[in-house]
Structure formats: C-alpha cells, structure tokens
Design a protein around this ligand. Structure first.
Ligand code: ADP
Ligand code: MG
Length: 608
C-alpha cells in the first residue's frame, strides 16, 4: 500500500486558494487588477459585511465572450502569458491565471460579462469551484464579478480573519492604492450601502488628479499638511506628496508607496523615506503617496505571490535618491508651507482644529540630556498653558473658530522690529507692523547655529575649539569601529575623536560653535555612529545635515536670560537664515499675531 497519494482536485484548489486569497482585501485586489488589465476606465466596487458577505466589482473593460468566461475559471487560465519569457515584458498585473480559480474555490461566485461583437452577454454561477449555471445576460459593456460568502467552505480559514473593522480598513486601503496608482480610471467604493470613496477622473494632468485624489483619500487635514516632492537621478524618478515635518501623523496608516505605479510594501523604500526626515520625526510618522519610477529591468515584482514586495537591483542608488529627495524638498518647502498666517484651512491660530501647529509646538518626546533645549521647553510647557490652547478655554480659543483668517502674512524680515521683552525666559516678544511677533528663542538659536555651522562645514572651514578636559564616552564595539572609520571625516566636521580603550571614545576638540556636556556628547556620538554605519546609504550633504541637526540639539545654547541687544542680534541672524521659520527639527521659531488678530480677540472690528 503506497503512502503517497495524489490529492483530490477540491483539496488542491483550496490549498492554492490559501496562497492567493488570504483575506477579503486580497480578493478585491485581484478583481481590481483584472479590471485594470481589461482596460477599464471605470471601476465600481460594492462590499457587504467587511467582504465576507459580498465583494462585487463592476468594470467597463473589454469583457469576455462565452468561451473565455468558461475558461477564465480554470487553473492557470490566463489570456496574458503565452511563453515563459513573456514574464519579463508583461505590462499586465496578472499572468498566473490563478486568481479567479482561487476565488471560485472558496466563495459563491457569479461572473457576468459582455464582449463587444458577441450576440449577448453571458453569466456563469457556481460555488466552491463547481459551476452551477450558465445563462445569457444583457449586453452591458464590461464585466461584473460577485464573490459572496467568502470562505464559506473553509471554516478553519474563516477563523483567521481579523475584526470587521480591520478587514474593512484593508479593503479601503486596497481601493485607495489602486486609485492613487491609476489616475486615469475612476473608482467608486460603497460599503454596506454607504459611499466611502468617489474618485472620478478630472480633466487636467497627473498632478491635478493626484492632488484631488490625495485630498479625498488622506482627508483634508492630513492632506493640508503635505507638500509636493519631486526628484530625479539617472534611470530613476521619485515624486508624490509627503507630510511636512511640522504636520506628522501618529501612525503609519497613511503611507502608500508605488513602484512603476504598482502599490508595494518595501522596507527599503520606507527606510529611505524616513531617513529623508533626518531627525525631524521624534516618534511621529509622515503620511505619503510616493511614486518611484524605475527601468522595469531593475526590479523584480514577482518574488511574492501577491506582488506586494519587490526586489531592487540598485538598492543604494534608490535609497539615496529617495532620502535626498525628501530631505531637500521638505527643507526647501518648509518656509513657504508653514508661513505664520497660512491660507485658511492650513495653519490657524487658536482654532481647535489646528493639529499641525499644535503638534509642532508640543515639546519633543525624545529624552534629552541635561541643559538641553528640550528640558527647558518641557519645563515651560508644564507651567504655562500652550498658547494655541486645546479647546478647553485656551487663551485664544473662543472666537478663533468663527473668525476669518488673517489675510496677508507679515513679512517680519522686511520690517523694523521693536523689542518688547522676554517671556518666561523662553520667548522673545517684538512689535512688528502693529502686531506681535513671538519668537521661541531656543528654536531660533538652534536655527542660527545650524546654518552657521553648515556654512562653515560646506566651505571646509569649521572653526575648532580644543577641549581642556577631553570628554569620554563608552560605545559598543561596532559603534567604535564606525567612528574610527569615519574619523577623518569627523575631523573635517570639527570633531577630533581618539580611541581610548577598545570601546571608549575620547573627544578632544569640537566645533567652536558648540558646547557639549558629557551625557549630551555620549548621545550625540551614539546616534551619529548609527547614521554613519550605513556608509553607502546616506549622501554626503545629508550626513552633514544630520550631524549639524544633532550637534545643535545636543549643544548647550546661550543662557536663558537674553539682553535686548542679544535679542536684536538673534533676530538679525534669523532674518538672514535660509529658513527662519523653523528650528532644525522642524518646529516653528516664531509666529505673528497681526493687529486685526488681536482686535478680534477683544471683539473689536477695527485693527489697533
Ligand atoms: P490572470 O489575471 O493572472 O490572467 P485571473 O484568474 O485573474 O488570471 O483571470 C483569468 C483570465 O480571465 C484573465 O487572463 C482574463 O482573460 C480574464 N478576466 C478576468 N477578469 C476579467 C475582467 N474583469 N475583464 C475581462 N477579462 C477578465
Ligand atoms: Mg488576475
């Protein structure tokens, strides 16, 4: 009696289904891809009971005739691949011919389709892989696929499904990604009778459509905090929308990556994207729709059966291009975006719906060394309510929501400033154009220091200050190795570092602009060695940016009390800064209350 037996067809089909169809969202993804492959310009989706009840996809694509309809349900039935070599040049999503077969195996399926030129439409119905009926249907352009009662015959599998809420979220994300990736196709999603997404195609080009879809998909407030990014290197382009550093989100849910217009999940892309933010994240997450365009020969999208993961051949190049694009685009765009009196709907003072500003103004969460800026900001924040309130009787809450937004941004750089004084040893107050300019002195100092240092560094002329008593810090072996490897480069950055024991580093000199305490230096070097540990991955000027940001953060700033001349001096420096509006971590350095803002608080109609 042989022990080996050939599995019956229905077992085989259920096993195959398990590989392709993991959850309702995978069914939906396959069906949408089939519609796209069929050249649809309109895809309508209806979901019931988080996909367990029904997943229905209707498209206006080329459709199938009776013969094709029958064939489509068989295993390895595809119209997209003829010879193996085609795999390398396919422009379609599918080619394995497994999706319909697998879905059919674990659901009650009905397909209705009409191909131009055929006598009539046709429908086929069945369940668990068995055809039950074939019938004629009206000649309606395209194909409608209804998959009902998913996993009805594989109860063990059904048990592994997540909560309805999580399945629904995944279904919505599937449509969102398809819609972001296929701007020329209109999408509509209805769940349990309610329209969740309606994304028509608009006249205009890529950016118009991407903008309007992003606004619907991310929601107004998240989208309002995003900036357009674009970058290019040979053989590669990156573009899309990404959160500004002052408008980050609490989770990663709003991140979408695409390679050649296909949604992917790639650790490489995500890491490169995060690296682009350098040190500006402090535990938060940027939202994004990032599109990477590559030569099709330079990556492999087929290593995963569901084609979410991709493998790249030029990883370093890709990493660099993405992180550099984000870094440069976001830094250069910050000034314009977080202008203090931004257009209505973006940054509003005191109104309860100002997540962007309020988050930015909150103290950073990361631990700080003694005497650092974070300490002081933290202390201040705990003893005084934040200026922009939280909707519970904050200073300026009451009328702001109803009040019109301040119109023209005050160009504080161009105006004469009159120093009024210092508040809580942390804020400098200036009169500007009959309004009030409030400056976070530590943020401003950091910005000025940062730019001075970067300027010296890029000119190869960092002024160095030897330490009378060298600072010592213990590192891990691998960190020590990295530091030694980068010793010469660190020297050009103004840091003279020696090795003491096998894993003890000795700091003999620092840039003259900085002053470190021992714990701050430890943190600085520990972090730096991690960044430098990926030598190929971060480009030179980004490393410079990172070292400057870190150094500014860890360095002790000028004393808290500021004399009037010092305050004026700081403002002169800040006026000359490339980005006077933000500290190097992306927090604001100042804001302006115009005369009319102030008048409004007192319910006066006229300005002061
Ligand atoms: P694959 O997409 O890998 O070819 P599928 O099982 O997803 O395999 O689909 C099998 C075949 O059925 C496709 O190759 C295509 O010819 C046909 N088909 C599936 N869905 C549609 C659709 N919405 N419109 C037209 N043809 C379709
Ligand atoms: Mg397919």
């Amino acid at each position: 009696m042989p022990e080996i037996k050939v599995l019956p067809e229905d077992v085989v089909s259920k096993i195959a289904a398990g590989e392709v169809i993991e959850r309702p969202a995978s069914v939906l993804k396959e069906l949408i891809e089939n519609s796209l492959d069929a050249g649809a310009s309109k895809i309508e989706i209806e979901i019931r009971k988080a996909g367990r009840g029904l997943i229905r996809v209707h498209d206006d694509g080329r459709g199938m005739d009776r013969e094709d309809l029958r064939l489509s349900l068989g295993r390895h039935a595809t119209s997209k691949l003829n010879v193996f070599e085609d795999i390398y040049s396919l422009a379609t999503f599918g080619f394995r011919g497994e999706a319909l077969y697998s879905i059919f195996a674990v659901s009650r399926l009905k397909i209705t389709s009409f191909r131009a030129g055929a006598e009539s439409g046709y429908a086929i119905e069945g369940e668990g892989g068995r055809v039950i009926a074939e019938l004629p249907a009206p000649p309606v352009k395209g194909t409608t696929i209804e998959a009902a009662d998913l996993f009805f015959n594989t109860p063990a599998r059904a048990k592994f499904m997540k909560s309805d809420a999580s399945e629904r979220a995944q279904l919505i994300k599937t449509v969102e990604e398809a819609a972001l990736a296929n701007l020329g196709v209109s999408f509509r999603l209805v769940i349990d009778g309610a329209e969740i997404l309606s994304l028509p195609t608009l006249p205009g080009g890529l950016w118009e459509n991407l903008k309007s879809r992003s606004a619907s998909i991310f929601g107004k407030s998240t989208y309002g905090g995003m900036a357009r990014v674009e970058g290019k290197t040979t053989g590669m382009a990156v573009y899309g929308f990404a959160s500004r550093p002052d408008a980050l989100c609490a989770t990663r849910v709003n991140q979408h990556f695409f390679v050649n217009r296909r949604p992917v999940s790639s650790a490489l892309l995500r890491q490169a994207f995060y690296r682009g933010y350098g040190h500006m994240l402090s535990g938060r997450h940027p939202a994004c729709a990032i599109f990477v365009e590559l030569d099709p020969g330079s990556f492999d999208a087929n290593i995963h059966p569901q084609k979410r993961d991709v493998k790249f051949s030029g990883e370093n190049e890709i990493f660099k291009t993405i992180s550099n694009t984000i870094y440069e685009e976001l830094l250069s765009k910050q000034t314009a975006a977080v202008n203090m009196t931004a257009p209505a709907g973006e940054v509003k003072f005191g109104s309860p719906d100002v997540p962007a500003y309020r988050e930015a103004a909150a103290p950073p969460q990361a631990a700080a060394g003694p005497g650092s800026v974070q300490d002081r900001t933290g202390q201040y924040n705990s003893s005084l309510p934040p200026l922009s309130g939280n909707g519970t009787g904050g200073l300026f809450d009451q009328h702001a929501a109803a009040a019109p937004q301040p119109a023209v941004p005050a160009d504080w750089r161009g105006h004469e400033l009159k120093y009024l004084g210092q508040l809580a040893k942390s804020y400098l107050l200036f009169e500007c154009e009959a309004g009030l300019l409030v400056v976070d002195q530590h943020a401003a100092q950091e910005r000025v220091l940062f730019e001075k240092y970067l300027d010296e560094f890029s000119k190869g002329a960092v002024r160095v200050q030897p330490l009378l008593v060298p600072l010592e810090t213990e590192l891990s072996r691998s960190q020590m190795e990295t530091v030694l490897k980068w010793r010469d480069w660190l020297k050009t950055a103004g840091f003279e570092i020696d090795q003491r024991g096998p894993a003890v580093a000795l700091l003999r000199a620092t840039p003259a602009l900085f002053y470190f305490t021992q714990p701050a230096f430890s943190e600085f070097l520990g972090y730096l060695s991690e960044v430098l540990g990926e030598p190929e991955k971060a480009a030179e000027d980004m490393k410079r940016g990172i070292i400057a940001t870190m150094a500014c953060k860890k360095s002790i700033k000028a004393h808290d009390f500021v004399k009037p001349q010092e305050a004026m001096r700081l403002m002169e420096d800040l006026k000359k800064a490339k980005d006077g509006y933000h500290c190097p971590h992306g927090r604001p350095t100042l804001f302006h209350l115009s005369g009319s803002d102030i008048a409004r608080r007192f319910q006066r109609s006229a300005a002061l």
